[in-house]
Design a protein around this ligand. Structure first.
Ligand code: WT7
Length: 651
């Protein structure tokens, strides 16, 4: 196997542009040169050429009050007009914006003209409900066209959306509603997943009962699952009674480039998720720029498919804002990859002749496990570019993706970025950069990245350290909702004026960057961020738990998996006859408190946790154990015999 991989690595190490990419190669080289010559002039050019401004800007960057950046701040624009109306005005109203595919097999094509109309109607309804500029709207929807409509309707009227992933629990939804003080929730009765309808509106009802702020005045409900739900008089409204009946005339105004666009909650090192804030002009510039250049998009001919849910940042930047700003035609799929059969994704690629596919390593690895005969049943020859995001992609998966899905000769781009960065920061540009499996490679034009030692000195040449962004970038987060102090502490305190990403990285002999995973207490499960502290606090909230420690252990398919070590309260131990029952109960508990993605793969009931003399849990040792390794150096433990006891209990 190793020999085979070495051979394949050698084969594709120097991927040269095919004639198809020649034009892109010339343009791309110019992009690097322009950005190197004058970074700010480069971004100003991109902002002008990619977007339509209501009032042109004259200032590119204001970095006088770091870490609070302002980009293009004397310009105004309307984000929804940029994603919709201008394409219709340019004569592209009949172009399909969304090839929507429901999980059960129902489908709907939505053109740019239709999407524009629908967003205008929805904007009118939101205004009628009293939603104005800066008001927060929580969106809790399945992957249906209305999710895109809801987000753009908010953008159109200057309201701020906070999309909450449909897999999150009522508690998680309630805390996000409270933190943002949302006044409207847009949801559906339910959506399809794994062949079943999963209820959403009942979860919203539950969340609103739990929310302490009482800020929500209305709930707007799309009919999708046709499951039974209750509608509260005076509070809840059906989408089809309101949006479908509203006028499609709506005059959109321009908002300042720094007008807030959305809040998206993501896990940090402490228990409480952070509301990452993004604004309009800079964000849209960088998502449009990267979507166009990293994916070499030709909007007239390409069919693009990003498999992410709009509940995550990838769905914001590379399903909604980037592709629509560029006038792309894309696939939107509601369900799971293997429903009703394991070839479902490839059937969709064949059906719509998808040419650009953007997905996560965890999905690729699950398909690898099933074997190549499943994708080989479908015609995948329309594919000409593949993308990866969410976690490091191991060379084996990269090679499999390129050969089995891509037919062996098309580029694969590995894109590194974060909820906080808003858009792709490190990636090869197809046709320009040589490709190297397993490495995210080089910063995109206009982005300045470095690797620092722990004391802040730059690592020169080959070597490893901490990844930082050294200059402000257009789509950077503008803060954490309601918590400027946490914003400064989390990202800007360690290295002063440099943004600390939380990832470890290594630069190789060619200058290419390899991402090495998080250096903080953030786990990455199937490309989704979870914090150890968040799951630990959920575990200790259970009446049986005395103490808990959570680690991310490497997992063949999901990258990392949640593994918990729990000490039960003495009063409970005698009632728990079978520890596996307790473990099962605690796994269920976490899933209901946070969401199914946070459910621990394993919960080990133990008598003690390994602690240092100062009382800090040594997660490194627990990780060794969870990954089945020899337990490392235990000399700094307060009681060195503890690990032996735990190991016996676990094995
Ligand atoms: C964290 C950000 C950005 C969209 C999805 C995740 C990891 C992301 C890569 C990649 C290695 C990656 C990092 C990062 N990550 N992409 N191509 N190679 N690691 O967004 O939930 O904000 O997570 O995901 O650890 O810090 P997110």
């Amino acid at each position: 196997m190793t020999v085979q991989i070495d051979h394949a690595l050698e084969e594709i190490r120097r991927f040269r542009p095919s004639p198809e990419f020649a034009a892109q190669a010339v343009a791309g080289t110019r992009l690097y040169e322009e950005a190197r010559a004058d970074r700010l002039a480069f971004w100003a050019d991109q902002a002008r050429s990619l977007l339509q401004w209501e009032t042109p800007f004259t200032r590119t960057l204001d970095w006088s009050n770091p870490p609070f950046a302002k980009w293009f701040d004397d310009g105004t624009l309307n984000v929804a007009v940029n994603c919709l109306d201008r394409h219709v005005a340019a004569g592209n109203g009949d172009r399909v914006a969304l090839h929507w595919e429901g999980e059960p097999g129902d489908s709907r094509d939505v053109t740019y003209a239709e999407l524009t109309d629908e967003v205008r109607r929805a904007a009118n309804v939101l205004t009628d409900l009293g939603i104005g500029e800066h008001d927060r709207v929580a969106i809790y929807l399945p992957m249906i066209p209305e999710a895109v409509v809801a987000m753009l309707a908010c953008a159109r009227i200057g309201a701020i959306h906070s999309v909450v992933f449909g897999g999150f629990s009522a508690d998680s939804l309630a805390s996000r509603i409270d933190d943002a003080e949302a006044s409207l929730v847009i949801t559906a009765d339910g959506g399809y997943r794994k062949g079943k309808v999963f209820p959403l509106k009942p979860v919203v009802d539950d969340a609103l009962a739990k929310a302490e702020g009482g800020t929500v005045k209305n709930v707007l409900v799309v009919r999708r699952g046709e499951n039974d739900i209750e509608m509260a008089d005076g509070r809840d409204l059906w989408w089809h009674d309101t949006v479908a009946q509203a006028s499609n005339e709506h005059e959109a105004q321009g908002f300042e480039a720094e007008h807030p666009l959305f809040i998206l909650y993501t896990s940090g090192t402490t228990g409480k998720p952070k509301g990452i804030l993004h604004t309009s002009g800079g964000y849209l510039t960088q998502v449009a720029f990267t979507h166009k250049n990293v994916f070499d998009l030709h909007p007239e001919t390409d069919v693009y498919w990003c498999t992410a849910d709009v509940g995550w940042v990838t769905g914001h930047s590379y399903v909604v804002y980037g592709p629509l700003a560029n006038g792309a035609t894309q696939v939107l799929y509601e369900g799971t990859p293997d429903t009703p059969h394991p070839g479902r994704w490839w059937e969709i690629v064949e059906k719509y002749r998808v040419s650009i596919l953007y997905t996560a390593p965890t999905a690729i690895r699950s398909f690898m496990k099933l074997g190549r005969q499943i994708p080989h049943e479908f015609n995948l020859r329309s594919l000409r570019l593949l993308g990866s995001v969410g976690e490091p992609i191991n060379p084996e998966a990269w090679i499999w993706y390129r050969h089995v899905i891509g037919g062996g000769s098309i580029p694969v781009v590995d894109t590194w970025w974060q909820t906080e960065t808003g858009a792709i920061m490190i990636s090869a540009l197809p046709g320009i950069t040589d490709l190297k499996p397993g490495s995210a490679q080089v910063p995109v034009p206009g982005i300045s990245i470095d690797i620092l030692a722990d004391d802040g000195t730059p690592v020169e040449g080959e070597g490893g350290g901490l990844l930082v962004v050294t200059e402000p970038w257009p789509s950077m987060l503008r803060g954490i909702w309601g918590d400027p102090e946490r914003f400064k502490e989390t990202y800007w305190e360690k290295f002063g004026d440099k943004y600390f990403a939380g990832d470890g990285a290594r630069r190789d002999e060619d200058g290419d960057i390899w991402l090495l995973g998080r250096v903080d207490d953030v786990m990455n499960v199937s490309g989704h961020r979870l914090s150890t502290a968040e799951i630990e606090s959920s575990l200790v909230a259970h009446p049986w738990t005395a103490e808990a420690a959570v680690v991310g252990a490497s997992d063949e398919t999901t990258g990392q998996a949640v593994v918990a070590f729990v000490i039960l309260k003495a009063s409970q131990v005698e009632h728990v006859t079978d520890p596996s029952d307790a473990a099962e109960e605690l796994r269920r508990h976490v899933a209901t408190q946070i969401g199914a993605i946070a459910r621990p793969r394993q919960v080990f009931i133990v008598n003690e946790l390994p602690k240092t003399r100062s009382g800090k849990i040594m997660r490194r040792l627990l990780r060794d154990l969870a990954e089945g390794r020899q337990v490392g150096d235990t000399t700094t433990l307060a009681d060195t015999s503890v690990m032996t006891a735990i190991t016996e209990q676990v094995r």
